[in-house]
Write a new protein. Structure first.
Length: 160
């Protein structure tokens, strides 16, 4: 499907294809939660399941993990874009992200995402400027702008 055009400009559209086969006739406890997701034009498929707390396969990724990964990846890509435009030389970026989904807060959902990027800069750059770009990236992150969960960023900036 080609991208659509709105009155204000281009509209990006995304597709995915999900497949599951099994049987639920024996009840909630025993049906297989494993399923396959593809998202053309990407060539790789993802094998997914539910969280092990909900009888899923602990060896497979879950939708909740994918949501967290999307938030973390989007922050990285937005940050790299803004610092590249500013000619700041980032040589390393890692993130220890975490999402929280309390069962007693209905409707059940991810309520908080914390990103903990570790950014390594080479050369001269003012740390307050780098932190400003981390915040700007968060404001420009498409995924963060889509989510209703509380999102915090706890960056660590290092220089070498």
């Amino acid at each position: 499907m080609p991208d659509e055009v709105s009155l204000t400009g281009k509209v990006h559209s995304y597709r995915s294809h999900l497949e599951w086969a099994g049987a639920t006739g024996d009840g909630y406890q025993v049906y297989d939660r494993a399923h396959r997701l593809s998202s053309p034009p990407a060539q790789s498929d993802l094998n997914l399941s539910s969280d092990p707390s909900f009888h899923g396969d602990p060896d497979l990724l879950t939708p909740e993990q994918l949501l967290l990964a999307a938030a973390s990846s989007c922050q990285l890509l937005a940050f790299l874009a803004v610092v590249a435009r500013a000619r700041i030389n980032v040589v390393s970026y890692s993130d220890e992200a975490e999402a929280v989904m309390p069962e007693d807060d209905k409707p059940m959902r991810i309520t908080r995402i914390t990103l903990r990027p570790r950014v390594v800069i080479e050369g001269d750059a003012d740390e307050s400027r780098v932190r400003h770009y981390i915040d700007l990236a968060h404001q420009e992150c498409f995924i963060a702008n889509t989510l209703s969960a509380e999102m915090t960023i706890e960056p660590r900036v290092e220089f070498r």
